[in-house]
Design a protein around this ligand. Structure first.
Ligand SMILES: [Zn+2]
Length: 436
């Protein structure tokens, strides 16, 4: 398939999830999987017309997609680009969460100079861009000197990649960090950089007090919050409920994202019901990280894992809570694989969380939902009139075809032009990874 160099052309007979079209594709017929067959007219890099497929031809180049699926470019709302791609030098040989923490801390103490962070971070951006992502939020380990380096690198790369990727950063420290003066310094640094306040919530006797401080800091600086929550299989881990309550108490509605929330899946129906009510009232966005959760949760040496580790995405979505899926860690001690490919995240999420039959509007959880939670312009994550033609064309016509191959030959269009980027060679990082 050749995309014309011309600035005006038609993409005919595309299959597009109706929920990703402007107005949810109303008035368009849909397949049982929610795909609508449409024609897109691209003019000067923008989508000028979206029509039901028809035989009308104009005297401009036309590509017949024969029902190939088009998605808007992806939005990856939860990553850790500062610590990715270190697996070979800092592997997690037991695969447990505890060992991941230790391995990452050791790696940071010995090896992460600015150039090291920069090159691995940029490697991740190259992968994301080549796979068709256009906006990324990354959490950054934020304690001490390493924290300063990570933010500085993120800011540099945000600027350098601004014509290709929208990048947001969130600081990552345990919540009790904000009880100390260095917590305020960190919050000021992030606020000054226009970024997001984050942290890891743990069930501790001081959690409510810690949350009061975090909300106070966020309100004073008008910062959004993005927290790591209940990343475990302990039914007594109820941080999500406490955060939702604190969000309501502080009148900070619609400004909080909670990632992971694994333990919600192992709690009693009563606790789940109450927590979901509070999350809904607080308009908290939930981000599930299925690949990383499946990898880390329920892992014990010599024991076959029993549960899948993900939160209750169906129950949350049924209450109209914004649910997203994202990459999380990549080739680091928290997750030994990954390539920053949101199609892989989608495919794995479908399998792990049974998002299929019906697929309904789950496509939004990888595109428009994260775009909205990140506060991006309305055109992100959607296929809308007059928005830039930032599209991915897959060599697949139905979801079964889409998810049965890696789709490594997908075409990514940015502003209507095919990008030439490919994923980088692993050997680019060899001098950083294979140290003597
Ligand atoms: Zn994370």
């Amino acid at each position: 398939m050749i995309i014309p160099e011309s600035s005006n052309y038609w993409l005919k007979n595309a299959h597009i999830p109706a929920c990703l079209l402007e107005n949810g594709g109303e008035n368009l017929s849909q397949t049982r999987e929610g795909l609508s067959q449409v024609d897109l007219k691209i003019v000067q890099g923008k989508i000028q017309k979206i029509t039901p497929s028809n035989d009308n031809l104009e005297d401009i180049p036309t590509i017949d997609l024969e029902k190939k699926i088009i998605f808007p470019c992806f939005v990856d709302v939860h990553t850790h680009l500062d610590k990715g791609h270190i697996w070979e030098r800092s592997p997690n040989l037991t695969g447990t969460f505890e060992n991941a923490l230790t391995a990452v801390t050791n790696d940071s103490q010995i090896k992460r100079k600015p150039d090291d962070v920069y090159r691995r971070f940029e490697f991740a951006l190259k992968c994301s861009y080549a796979h068709g992502t256009m906006a990324i939020r990354t959490h950054l380990d934020s304690s001490g000197e390493q924290g300063k380096i990570n933010l500085q690198v993120a800011q540099e790369l945000k600027k350098e990649w601004s014509d290709r990727l929208t990048l947001q950063a969130v600081c990552l420290v345990p919540l009790d960090y904000y009880q100390r003066p260095e917590g305020l310094v960190l919050a000021d640094r992030l606020a000054e950089a226009g970024q997001i306040l984050g942290g890891v919530a743990y069930m501790s006797p001081h959690l409510e007090e810690e949350l009061q401080t975090v909300f106070k800091i966020a309100k004073e600086r008008d910062m959004k919050l993005d927290l790591h929550v209940d990343e475990n299989g302990d039914p007594n881990s109820r941080c999500l409920q406490k955060i939702a309550q604190a969000t309501l108490d502080n009148d900070y509605i619609n400004k909080v994202i909670c990632g992971h929330c694994c333990s919600l899946a192992v709690q009693s129906q009563d606790v789940v019901k109450r927590t979901i009510e509070l999350v809904k009232a607080a308009q908290i966005g939930i981000v599930s990280l299925p690949m990383c959760n499946l990898y880390l949760q329920d892992r014990q040496a010599g024991v076959t894992p029993f549960w899948r580790g993900i939160t209750r995405v169906h129950e949350l979505k049924a209450e109209n809570i914004s649910v997203c899926f994202a990459s999380d860690n990549c080739r680091d001690p928290f997750y030994g694989f990954g390539d920053h490919d949101m199609l892989e995240v989608f495919r794995e999420s479908v399998r792990i969380a049974h998002l299929d039959t019906p697929y309904a509007d789950w496509s939004k959880s990888f595109t428009s939902n994260p775009a909205q939670l990140m506060g991006l312009p309305k055109s992100y994550g959607k296929i809308a009139l007059n928005s830039s033609a930032n599209l991915i064309i897959f060599r697949a016509r139905y979801f079964s075809e889409l998810f049965s191959r890696p789709q490594a030959d997908r075409l990514v269009l940015r502003e209507g032009k095919r990008i030439k980027a490919v994923v980088p060679e692993y050997s680019e990082l060899d001098d950083l990874i294979f140290l003597n």
